[in-house]
Ligand binder design. Structure first.
Ligand code: ADP
Length: 535
């Protein structure tokens, strides 16, 4: 049809120019290794991003070439988030907590030609660089500064990118099989930022006046989009550097008057314990909410933060393959005013999809009923959902013939359409032909006053196939026996869901991004079938 809207490309150079033009004075704060705070502005950061784009081109890199980062969360990493894609290159964030063998595989598979690396991480790079095609290494605060100094920001020419060109890539951590690469486009990145910012589930939007602290590492699924979201709305950013312990984070949250912070549940469980032990020590009155996701968020934690500390938690669900945010907990209209107990139940769900994301759950070809009971595999589609893995054709069966991505998450659907994540398919416990949700048992255990952390895994069982085993970390100075924990669970679950066995451990092993590492627990406790016991 004639006279339609412009075909304006959704690319990151627009966000770069927008931040320079309108939010130049906005602050980007970084916690340095010595714990002092470094302060810079969007104007400076975006100028340096342009310098980086110019310098990479002058090095001879070509459009579409991959440039890796091996960095903590800081302002130079923010420059890379913009400078690399705005130069027409592809930002590849390497996960600094992976084994050098995995990093070698990932950097090689992605075809990285250059890397920006923190000085403290140089020894890690040296353990795998010779197994990659990396030609150029730039060390933050050292050769990286020389690289920028040799480039003039005014020489940056907008490469007039197509919105469907790649802007960034990220590998899934590969807990099963080899790591798989997800490639984001400029369009998907921009739409994801808009989608997350516009999604305002508890009436707690992100605005220019709301400082944001991403605890989530910048190598974990684009730091959930926060670098782009903050730049888009002009919000002050507070990057914690490598200081991710609860005390340092609380100091930063209070000192920088942070409104929004984002990270995986294990981070907030540590913070909750410290806050409970030191009431009133930190002034957190600026906090509007915390965005928590990447793993199931315990209901007890949501209730504790709100009731004891007045801090709302917004739960998000997503995957590297979904950019990552795809759904958030929410309380529309009639549900906003329900009693606390029901409200916390609802907030413990992964909620409803963001606009333009669609969800369905199926067993085989059949969609499961929305009755809160039936379980099926969650499938997702939308403009920021991957359509395939980078150069991994053997994984094509993760997508259905009609174009949905099979998440591998086992869910049930609340009658109103909210998703409840019950398990990852590899973690679900199959006992006597029925599924037991490890996530639900964990959530319930973590509501026990003596329990700091709990993970439930399947152990082989001669009679039932598999049975649940509870791995529990007790709070310092607290005590509870296996029998007490079983009694605590009993009113909430069918008898056959209750774990016969508990193991008390000092710590639940964590993955490279801070989730419970259930494979390690299975290695520790689930090797031998336990002898059948009388039912
Ligand atoms: P990995 O955990 O393999 O490093 P991702 O960060 O992409 O990779 O993890 C995605 C997975 O994390 C999802 O498939 C889901 O199992 C889990 N997950 C994410 N958010 C939630 C949530 N709110 N509740 C439960 N599980 C979640």
């Amino acid at each position: 049809m004639d006279g339609l809207m412009m075909d304006f490309q959704l690319t990151l150079p627009h966000l770069l120019r927008r931040a320079e033009t309108y939010f130049g004075n906005g602050e980007i704060v970084t916690r340095l290794p010595d714990k002092t705070f470094h302060r810079t502005t969007y104007a400076d950061t975006m100028r340096r991003a342009r310098q980086l784009a110019v310098a990479l081109k002058e090095l001879g890199l070509e459009r579409g070439d991959r440039v890796a980062t091996l960095c903590w969360n800081h302002h130079q990493h923010h420059e890379a988030y913009f400078g690399i894609p705005c130069g027409g290159f592809v930002l590849h964030t390497l996960n600094l907590r992976l084994h050098p063998n995995d990093l070698a595989y990932i950097a090689n598979h992605a075809g990285d030609r250059a890397v920006i690396v923190d000085r403290s991480l140089l020894p890690l790079l040296e353990q795998f660089r010779d197994r990659t095609q990396i030609e150029h290494v730039f060390v933050v605060e050292d050769s990286y500064e020389e690289l920028l100094a040799g480039a003039d920001a005014d020489d940056w020419v907008d490469p007039e990118l197509d919105e469907r060109e790649a802007s960034a890539m990220c590998y899934t951590s590969g807990t099963t099989g080899l790591p798989k690469g997800v490639t984001y486009s400029h369009r998907s990145t921009v739409l994801h930022a808009l989608g997350v910012a516009a999604n305002n589930p508890l009436g707690l939007g992100v605005s220019v006046a709301d400082p944001i602290l991403p605890v989530v590492p910048m190598f974990h699924a684009n730091a959930w989009g926060y670098p782009y979201i903050a730049t888009m709305v002009g919000a002050k950013l507070v990057y914690p550097g490598l200081h991710l312990d609860p005390e340092s984070l609380l100091d930063a949250l209070a000192g920088e008057k942070v409104a929004w912070a984002a990270g995986v549940p294990t981070i907030w469980m540590g913070i909750l314990q410290l806050l409970d032990a030191n009431p009133g020590r930190w002034d957190l009155s600026a906090i509007k909410g915390m965005f928590v996701g990447g793993a199931a968020v315990p209901r007890a934690m949501i209730a504790a933060f709100e009731q004891r500390h007045g801090i709302p938690i917004v739960q998000g669900w997503g995957m590297t393959e979904t950019s990552p945010v795809a759904s958030t907990a929410c309380l529309p209209h009639d549900l906003a005013d329900v009693e606390d107990e029901e409200r916390f139940d609802l907030l413990a769900f992964a909620g409803m999809p963001l606009p333009f994301v669609e969800l369905r759950a199926r067993v085989g070809d059949e969609e499961i009923p929305w009755d809160g009971e039936a379980m099926g595999e969650l499938e997702v589609r939308g403009p920021w959902v991957a359509s395939g893995y980078y150069d991994t054709p053997e994984q094509a069966d993760r997508w259905t013939d009609d174009g949905w991505f099979k998440t591998g998450d086992i869910v049930s659907m609340h009658p109103r359409g909210y998703v409840q994540i019950k398990d990852r398919s590899k973690d679900v416990i199959k006992s006597g032909g029925e599924w037991i949700s490890s996530v639900e048992l964990e959530n319930a255990l973590m509501a026990h006053p003596a329990v700091a952390e709990a993970a439930v895994i399947a152990i082989p069982d001669d009679k039932w196939g598999e049975r649940p085993l509870g791995c529990v970390v007790l709070k310092p100075g607290a005590a509870a026996t296996a029998d007490e924990l079983r009694e605590f669970l009993a009113p909430q679950f069918a008898k056959w869901w209750l774990p016969e066995r508990f193991e008390f451990v000092d710590e639940i092993p964590k993955t490279s991004v801070g989730k419970f590492r259930k494979t390690a627990l299975r290695d520790m406790f689930a090797q031998e079938p336990t002898p059948a016991q009388p039912a």
